[in-house]
Design a protein around this ligand. Structure first.
Ligand code: MG
Length: 378
């Protein structure tokens, strides 16, 4: 008999003894042994939450004032792991599609050993293709649970040095020049800026930024340039303006054109929409100098680690980015940043109603990881 079964029967025997002494005339023997004391307290819950943006958020792909996320909680043996899904329309995901996937995963998670999270991750991937935001919420909640049970922070579990976190950039969305100047002034505490371009007004955007600061800037075109000659011209002009690198200059389906562009520019090119999971990485060699890993694109912390290892082996630079997310998902990715070259983890800094008050902090751009067990988010 194993220990768990012994304890269940022992607990029932105690109840039986007490009940027999209180009610000696009742026939309760059969009932007592059919209802052993439960040793596990598994609970699975999820809820939608609307994040409100401080400024209307515009990229070359969309414009919005809010984003809907889903928060997942997995409670077992007295410990609760939490995770977040921030779905993106770019990848055909919505809060409702997240909820649908999470409901489908409930029986698998309830019947699985959370300590065997590698296999559980593989089994979650078998439920259906895609739905990476939902898979991220579950993977994060499971690893939060595991590291809380171990009573160590997530970064420590992966053997990382919290002093080696990079400085994160702060993003400035596409807007009119006077509003861009205002946004740059509001970002005074951040030494690195990321500017969204990919519009005919790109030059006005950069001029507006440069009129108020000489900080290092990074640029994200979000697939905005459709002609390879235009991309080369814009990138070389951006290089002359002190831009450190350019993210996703052309649409993801123009990889051959990107190889042509890469030979004609001198600053690094980083793939974002061109890379979701590890399997996308090998095809990017020769077209890009690095990759932007986001939890919501790749499906979780475990896949992000696989991507980091593979990209390093192919001599690619590694950036980590985010969607508009709360501190929960931002902190989850921040735990891996001692392994990366560039960080763009500001999604929580752009919202006005973050439901989480703890987690990663930013001091003059530097990511400061929490020391509490698990993600360190409450
Ligand atoms: Mg991007």
């Amino acid at each position: 008999m194993d220990r768990k079964r012994f304890c269940q029967l022992a607990g029932s025997a105690v109840l039986l003894t007490a009940a027999t002494s209180l009610f000696p005339h009742k026939k309760i023997l059969k009932y007592a042994y059919c209802k052993p004391v439960k040793s596990s307290d598994f609970k699975f819950s999820y809820e939608k939450y609307r994040l409100n943006l401080q400024h209307t958020w515009t990229t070359s792909g969309s414009s919005s004032d809010f984003r809907d996320i889903v928060i997942v909680k997995i409670e077992k043996d007295g410990v609760t792991g939490i995770g977040e899904a921030a779905p993106s329309k770019r990848y055909n995901e919505t809060a409702d599609s997240v909820l649908s996937f999470i409901k489908k995963s409930e029986s698998l998670i309830s019947q699985s050993d959370l300590w065997q999270f590698h296999e559980l991750n593989e089994n979650l991937n078998k439920i259906s293709d895609g739905e990476y935001a939902a898979k991220t919420a579950l993977d994060t909640a499971i690893l939060d649970w595991v590291t809380k049970k171990l009573n160590i922070p997530l970064y420590k579990y992966f053997g990382l040095d919290k002093n080696k976190t990079p400085i994160t950039s702060f993003s400035i969305g596409i807007d009119k020049p006077d509003i861009v100047r205002q946004k740059v002034k509001e970002a005074a505490d951040y030494p690195l800026l990321k500017i969204k371009v990919g519009y005919p007004e790109d030059k006005e955007m950069i001029d507006a930024v440069r009129s108020v600061t000489n900080k290092t800037i990074r640029v994200d075109a979000n697939e905005g340039w459709k002609i390879k000659e235009e991309a080369v011209e814009k990138i070389n002009w951006l290089a002359s303006q002190g831009v450190e690198f350019v993210e996703q200059p052309m649409p993801a389906n123009m990889l051959e054109e990107m190889k042509w562009v890469k030979k004609r520019v001198k600053i690094p090119l980083i793939a974002d929409e061109n890379v979701k999971t590890a399997r996308d990485i090998p095809s990017l060699v020769g077209a890009y100098d690095g990759i932007n890993i986001k939890l919501m694109k790749c499906g979780g912390i475990q896949e992000a680690l696989r991507m980091i290892a593979l990209a390093r082996s192919l001599n690619l630079k590694i950036m980590v980015g985010c969607m508009i997310e709360s501190s929960l998902a931002i902190t989850a990715m921040a735990h891996l940043t001692p392994l990366v070259d560039y960080a763009d983890l500001d999604g929580n800094l752009l919202i006005s109603n973050d439901p989480f008050k703890s987690g990663v902090k930013v001091e003059k751009g530097k990511l400061i990881l929490p020391d509490e067990a698990g993600l360190g988010v409450k």
